[in-house]
Design a binder for this molecule. Sequence first.
Ligand code: ZN
Length: 222
Amino acid sequence: MTQEQPMVPFLHPHQLNYIRNQLTNLVGVFYFAGDYRVLEASREGVVAALLALVPQATPEQRRLLEDGKNVRDKEELKLYISRLEPYVIPFPEITAAEIRKLFPKVKKLVLPDLANLDRTKLTYLGWRDIATQSVYLVYRSGEKWVGKECKYVPSPKNRMLQCSWCLSSGSGDEVALVTSRVKTKQIDGYKTFGNHLCLNSTTCNHHITSTAEIEAYLATLR
Ligand SMILES: [Zn+2]
């Protein structure tokens, strides 16, 4: 008899957020849909969406993802997410020296609190230096680290902006215009690229469900 291999991590943090969103919607349908067929259709939709996240899923991983359709309320959702958490692929480890290497031109670089990072909840690493109104973004692209230094301007308290990475809205210190300067081919030529981003990267990471926008933004800055 062959023993089944222990299941290895197979979900990225943003995928766990995506699953949580899908199932939060399903719980809403469970509460409000009077029609059994509507609920069944939503369940099938959720299963399809979850399985699409992991096209190469093993039979065991498939079973775990399919189980999501049985979630009926917030408690069950919490329980189900806690069953998935051991299978999250953490954000790769990065040292202070590696971070410094990404920002060679920054004097007195402020570092994030690396000892207390919950890497299972990070899609990107972001932190800010309030003194210089800078935001630092670090992302793992394939086998390479990418780091970007940006500037930010807090937005007016009465103006809501939407973060283009996680789609949450906020004002003032929550979501702001973050800009980065890129050298162009002309002599002394620079172009500035701007993006609305959360200034609190912990909350941002908690809401990110896709890496497409991060990769697109970093590609324009390359
Ligand atoms: Zn955000």
